[in-house]
Ligand binder design. Sequence first.
Ligand SMILES: C[S@@+](CC[C@H](N)C(=O)[O-])C[C@H]1O[C@@H](n2cnc3c(N)ncnc32)[C@H](O)[C@@H]1O
Length: 431
Amino acid sequence: METDEKLDKAIARHQEGDLDGAGAVYEAILKDDPENHRALSASAILAHQRGKSDEAIGLLERAIAAAPTEAGYHNNLGNIYRRKARPEKALECYRKAAALEPTNVETLCNVGSLCRRLSLNEDAREIFETVKKLAPDHPETNHNLALVYASLDMEKEALDCIEACHAEGVPRELVPTYHARVLTRFGRRDAAIALLERCLAARPDDPEISYELTAMKGELGARAPDDYVRKHFDGFAEGFDSQLASLDYSAPKLVGDLATTLIGEHKLRLILDLGCGTGLVGPYLRPLCEQLVGVDLSRGMLRFAEARKIYDDLVEMELTQALQEAPERAFDLATAADTLCYFGDLGGVFTGLARALRPGGAFIGTVEWHEGDEGPKILDSGRYSHSEAYVQATAESAGLAMRIAQIHDLRMEFGFPVKGLVFALENPAGH
Ligand SMILES: C[S@@+](CC[C@H](N)C(=O)[O-])C[C@H]1O[C@@H](n2cnc3c(N)ncnc32)[C@H](O)[C@@H]1O
């Protein structure tokens, strides 16, 4: 049998799930012909399926060296880098694939959507405008263009694209909560609520639609539901760092700087970073302690934190549960940058902290801030805001003392700064 015929049969077995059988044939072919690019590419897919992504990258690089004009190899390499939480590398590969296949809608969409997630809005616009000429009704293209136009303040174009997305009913694969946010961003709150209601009727089990609709209607819950947080942040993880950098996101630095000031030269034993996300606070905390642990509900966010190699341990868990289950008085310091804004009632978190912090231990966190002394408010974004008086009173009820409270800009939202309260609580030594 010719090599190509053998390979075709092995690839068919591979697709039917016989990984070992297919792998043995690829190996035999590569033994005789080490640079056979089809066998290298198929072996790469196999290695990736077996969780050996570094081996898969090496094999694909060899396949590309042997057949540099095969767009699919560049694309597959991009997919692997994406799963390895390396979006910039993935983008390089997708761009090479698109240069080889300039009219392939799927290939162009890979480039465009990654550009958008990385806040390269002008690049994303150019690519999706090209795709729209090739496939005017392509839902993913209209979805991405709507978000890109909104970021570029192009109201009419953004609204037209949202309409195009929903022309055939509620789009299955897209996240319509982003469309509602675009509508509110252009002052069309009623239209946003109506859109979310229509979407919820079509997708009643979708936690993002259901929660963002309750938030937009002003219904105050104790905190954002766990399934919402997971789905929202899993979907947001890849572009989180770059999107927030483009919004002057300063919560990690504010928390990190306050921790450095409070702790000084003295090195702590154990710090817990609550809602650690992709790990942006980690680099500030690492020099301050012997051990750094992160907790987060979103596996997608934790994958990026893992790739930083800064935390000693990363735990996928709801944070109040983590505080309740941790050994009593275990932590010297706990932090939560831009995480308590997903809680309305802070009582459970503060009670958990009073239990999990050692006497004399501290907590440093941020909340989105509103003036006055009212209780928590729910915002259209699905986040909550808190007054300083509420934070202080709730902390005191849990047995914690407010030591520092400062108002800062946390980030920009639709061109305006979001005011935040950056605060430090202490677990009194005699507690
Ligand atoms: C805006 S991000 C901030 C991440 C990180 N602290 C930073 O400053 O970059 C909020 C994070 O809190 C996490 N989160 C929200 N509610 C949570 C909860 N109840 N338990 C654990 N993690 C939660 C989310 O998954 C997300 O990763």
